[in-house]
Design a protein around this ligand. Structure first.
Ligand code: HAM
Length: 536
């Protein structure tokens, strides 16, 4: 017998079951509706990308990239490794130094080289060998060198009476060069499950040349993200985000404010209560480095009073110390230098205007100088929204401006960006905690039928009711009256509609309202109006 309970969802991931899934759908639909009214359109992105994309954008030193990504080799490349070994091993690095029977002629080497090049080129086409700049360069040189080698073989054959080419010093050198290039190639391509989606949106923006589109490019997305974090309430290893990004040449603070306005409009649509908006500016590449040094110096002075994590971050990323939730560090952090006092004139003006633009929209905010965010691509505006009912994982949304990211990933330097991502799991939790999670709906009609003609009539009626949008349950086998009504009750159906011999003869159905047991006989058109009225 199969071992009961043998398969379980792995740690940190979970199933979202009905009726919760109905709330998830409502949340996602509200996002589509509200974001749509702000001119945003959906982008659907792959769930995995090259590891390098996340390392470059989110940042090699961040927790997300350094500890939390699920990374794997897309294509195990043992066969290519073997080919290369063969290529290197069979090639004689010094043809004068081997025994006669192992001696490989230049013509044979020529053929092997061209085979090797072909195999690697094919593997590159299939993306089994990554098109990194190093690989592309090595392959270009290898091809050039091989062409020269091939020519040398031919020249040799043309100039000497013997039918095959013989090794010359130059040919041996070329051979060694080809070997060295072959050994420089790196096979396989590391990919990671996406820990977030901003990097993917920017990659897609560049890949599809979206900078040529008119106006700002406004995109939203929703779907699972993956981070190997310690699971707890509101923190999962597969979690879901609903995010939006604006990409374009303008960095006008009005864009920042409108993105936040849209976010709050969405929360309002869902009647999420108690959301608090925190904002900050973390400067740009002109003013932040000097601030980081001041902060580092300040931290050095109090090093001994800090925990091990914060001590390490003094060197790696002092800004992240400001994120610390350690009780013992709070009073110390409050006395550290603050970014607001070190912003350059441009960043300060931008931040002031963001605040004015928020006020224009009647949006209440709290300034939080410690809001630095855990991803490297941010500059200037950062924001986070907290919601009640979530315990320590109370950030339901995070976002900010990332003006240098498009350029960093190889796109136009003129494109700026800003966006946010909502943690859908947390949003749903918060709505449920506040009692906003109840979804009206459920079963309108449970059909009870008797006899073969009764079933035929019930099948027809079920189809017409469903076509009209009613939720109908049609039992596949005939049931005793009491049993059928009992099930209808347990399924929380609003009505039982009964089709028996008497009803068929009279051309009506019996409708029983299960809440109070009232019952009446109705013809089909009356049934439809009755059901419609009882929905309102
Ligand atoms: P983030 O702050 O890393 O930002 O994530 C955004 C939100 O995702 C968080 O506020 C939280 O609600 C949710 N979240 C993150 N990790 C988990 C987890 N392990 N379990 C459950 N929920 C989680 C970003 O991802 C940026 N890409 C946001 C952005 C978009 N910035 C600009 N554009």
């Amino acid at each position: 017998m199969a071992d009961k309970g043998k398969f379980q969802a792995i740690k940190g991931v979970r199933d979202i079951l009905p009726p919760d899934s109905a709330l998830w759908n409502r949340v996602e639909q509200a996002a589509r509706d509200v974001f749509g009214t702000f001119g945003f359109a959906e982008i659907r992105l792959p769930s995995f990308e090259t590891t390098d994309l996340f390392a470059r954008s989110v940042g090699e030193e961040t927790d997300i990239v350094s500890k939390e990504m699920y990374t794997f080799d897309l294509n195990a490349s043992y066969d290519l490794e073997m080919r290369r070994d063969l290529f290197l091993g069979k090639y004689i690095s010094d043809p004068y130094d081997v025994r006669e029977d192992e001696h490989q002629s230049p013509d044979e080497s020529d053929i092997q080289a061209s085979r090797f090049i072909q195999v690697i080129e094919n593997a590159m086409k299939q993306e089994r060998v990554a098109r990194t700049s190093d690989n592309v360069r090595a392959m270009d040189h290898l091809r050039t060198l091989h062409t020269q080698f091939h020519k040398a073989c031919e020249t040799y054959r043309d100039s000497f009476p013997v039918s095959s080419a013989q090794w010359s010093i130059e040919m041996i050198q070329m051979l060694k060069g080809m070997q060295s290039l072959a050994s420089q190639l790196t096979f396989g391509s590391n990919v990671s499950l996406r820990p977030e989606a901003t990097a993917s949106v920017v990659r897609a923006y560049i890949e599809h040349g979206m900078q040529t589109l008119p106006g700002n490019v406004k995109l939203y997305y929703m779907g699972p993200m993956f981070r190997r974090e310690r699971p707890q309430k509101g923190r999962y290893r597969q979690f879901y985000q609903i995010g939006a990004e604006v990409l374009g040449t303008s960095d006008a603070p009005g864009i920042d404010a409108e993105v936040i306005e849209m976010l709050l409009a969405f929360f309002e649509r869902l009647q999420l209560k108690g959301a608090v908006l925190n904002i900050n500016s973390i400067g740009d590449k002109n003013c932040r480095p000097a601030y980081v040094e001041k902060l580092r110096a300040g931290l050095q002075k109090v090093r001994e009073q800090l925990g091990a994590d914060s001590q390490r971050r003094i060197e790696t990323n002092p800004l992240r110390v400001l994120d610390s939730k350690l009780e013992s560090e709070q009073a110390i952090i409050e006395k550290l230098p603050r970014i607001a006092e070190h912003l350059c004139a441009e960043c300060k003006a931008h931040y002031d205007e963001v605040k004015r633009q928020l006020e224009l929209r009647g949006i209440a905010y709290q300034e939080n100088w410690r809001l630095v965010r855990g991803l490297d691509y941010y500059m200037r505006t950062t924001f986070e929204i907290t919601a009640p009912g979530l315990g320590s994982q109370n950030a339901v949304c995070g976002g900010g401006r990332y003006d240098g990211l498009v350029e960093l990933l190889g796109g136009p330097a003129t494109t700026k960006g800003i966006g946010f991502a909502i943690g859908t799991d947390r949003l749903v939790l918060s709505l449920q905690e506040a009692g906003e999670g109840e979804i009206a709906g459920g079963l309108d009609v449970y059909l009870v039928w008797f006899g073969v003609p009764g079933q035929a009539a019930a099948i027809g009626l079920a189809k017409r009711l469903r076509d009209a949008g009613f939720v109908v349950e049609l039992p596949a086998v005939e049931m005793k009256f009491g049993k059928a009504l009992g099930l209808a009750d347990r399924l929380k159906a609003r009505h039982a509609v009964i089709i028996g011999e008497d009803e068929l003869a009279a051309g009506v159905v019996t409708v029983k309202r299960l809440a109070d047991g009232t019952q009446q006989k109705l013809a089909e058109p009356e049934l439809f109006s009755y059901l419609r009225a009882s929905r309102e």
